[in-house]
Design a protein. Sequence first.
Length: 442
Amino acid sequence: MKRHAIFLAILAFSQPLAAADLLQTYREARANDPVYASARAARDAGRESLPQGQAVLRPTIGASASTQMNYVDIDYRAALPSSTREGNTNSWGVSLTQPLFNWQSYMVYKEAGFKVAQAEAAFGQVAQDLIVRVAQAYFDVLASQDTLAFIQAQKIAISEQLAQAKRNFEVGTATITDTHEAQARFDLAGSQEIAAQSDLEIKKNALQQIIGKFPDRLVPLKPATELSPPKPNVMDQWVASAEEQNYAVRIQQAALEIASREIERSRAGHYPTLNLVGSYGKNSSSFSTVGTTSIGTDSTSTSVGLQLAIPLYSGGGTNSLVRQAIANQEKARQDLENARRSAALAVRQAYLGVSNGIAQVGALEQALVSSQSALDSNKLGYEVGVRINIDVLNAQQQLYSTERDLSKARYDTLVNGLRLKAAAGTLTEDDLEEVNRLLGTS
């Protein structure tokens, strides 16, 4: 109990009072992480593919206007004197073109929907990755803090053992070897403390990179937290979900659909196009000869018709584009298969990480009880003379190593649970909130 009190005192003393939990940290990251912000902008840009695809099927309307001054010199061959005419010409018009049949434009429109789906899936993947990145960085800091606290508590325990060894040597009940062994362990603990402090700063910087700042304190995991197995606790169901819902799979599914329509779009280079065209315009002009009355004319024109274009030969370029699109479709198909296999592998790894992590936590909890008993027994044996100082030091090291491993196993299991849901394509903020409920001081 004394050792746990020392550990808790060190942990509390080393951290300010204000604290941020996992959910608060995630929301800070969502507001400040540049990777997430970049993905959000990319999604917004991708959404514009749909109105652009619709635009190629809609009419285009244009307007034009012009004005010009005209000067005409007339030199008569007869006896009439030459004359100069001048005047102004104004015109304006409106034109409309409505595609009636353009298979290429129609395929552009069909591709646009899948490009939007691809952009949404890419953003969904980044959003899930942000949850996992925040949780990993958050628990990395907690694990590093625990390691530092364990080392500092161990250092205090070793210093007590060193003082006892010196007293026993002075009264003649122990050899100088006990003092040297305790001193060596104390010096080693000092070196480990420096390394742990450096590691903690690195972990804090990693979290700060995501959220833009580091909170005063992170809320730790509740003592004796019970970890739950995956639900459902059947690996094959998670694999099936990953092969269909994983965001990387969704991205490649959309890519395959786009590639399939790209073939049709390339083949449409052989097809005719038919447009409805219409125009309306007005032209007015006036001329006058110096010293005479002006003469003007006004005209209005209206036209409506069909415009048919039939491609005959493009140098073999269209056939080449078709072959290229077919090859790209096969590439997209293989990329989709690879994405499915990768998602299934990620699910299996995360599922085993959770299942084995829970088992490991249970074993380490039992090992912690045994290590504490071993330490207590060695201390008692040292006091009565049946154990030597090195036995106590080894028992202390084993206890603190077990505590460190148990702490890390808990954090790794929680993160693997989030990775499992991310690989299955079902990870949401609600899942993070569920993990967040495991945090606290009581």
